[in-house]
Design a protein around this ligand. Structure first.
Ligand SMILES: [Ca+2]
Length: 239
């Protein structure tokens, strides 16, 4: 009997956020659907879908630790919630967040989802830290790191892991484009080229580090059109 009780408790835990609160045999819940993974950019939006439309007109949410620079919006069919950041506000870097609904949600047929029924845990990328305008003050890039070209003359430098084979760059603003130079241990410089398609559609652009360069590498990002405020996600891809 004890094992049976434990099994039921485990089943409830792993079933995640689907709950039957209606006594009607149906399950009602929500789940994150943006496919951003457990660790997200500090600039990310979060998207959730309910298993069926809700009767409420808003879905307030709260964060732990406290975070207020966002708004949540429910779509017209009342089954999808987007939690988006306001303007240039970003989540704190390298932080574990817990997100919960702040109020009860109900469906038209009375199924109820309480705030304590579920929560979402996610982590944020590390972020570049100024001053990092030179090799001597460069940030150490481990996997993914987020940043902003703050001014027209800002440069963000990163030391790459020795085994880095490719660098992926996602530009989040339409600005004039971020340029990226890769330097090697002998001082050689490789000026990376970006695809116009990636720039226009905010898709990741992946650059293969040429075999001719000698590790360790570091790279420098700057605005090629001397614009400011351009946000980006930089990643090192290793074997
Ligand atoms: Ca900088």
């Amino acid at each position: 009997m004890k094992n049976c009780t434990v099994s039921i408790a485990l089943l409830a835990l792993v079933s995640g956020c689907l709950y039957d609160q209606s006594n009607s045999g149906q399950t009602f819940g929500w789940a994150r659907v943006d496919k951003g993974g457990d660790t997200v950019s500090i600039f990310s939006s979060l998207v959730f879908a309910f298993s069926e439309p809700i009767a409420d007109t808003a879905v307030p949410v709260v964060f732990e630790p406290a975070f207020y620079g966002f708004y949540s919006s429910l779509n017209a069919s009342r089954d999808t919630v987007t939690v988006a950041l306001v303007g240039q506000i970003a989540f704190a870097p390298s932080t574990r967040y817990v997100l919960r609904r702040a109020a009860v949600c109900k469906t038209a047929n009375g199924a109820t989802l309480y705030p304590q029924n579920d929560s979402l845990v996610f982590y944020t990328h590390a972020a570049e830290q100024e001053p990092n305008n030179s090799k001597a003050t460069a940030d150490s890039l481990v996997h993914f790191m987020d940043g902003t070209i703050e001014t027209a003359i800002d440069t963000d430098c990163f030391i790459l892991p020795r085994t880095t084979q490719k660098i992926t760059l996602i530009q989040l603003d339409s600005g004039l484009g971020i340029a990226l130079n890769i330097y090697d241990s002998l001082g050689a410089c490789f000026v990376a080229a970006f695809s116009a398609v990636a720039l226009q559609n905010f898709l990741p652009d992946t650059i293969t580090i040429p075999d001719s360069l000698h590790a360790p590498f570091y790279c420098a990002l700057y605005s090629q059109g001397h614009s400011s405020g351009d946000r980006y996600i930089l990643g090192a891809i290793r074997p």
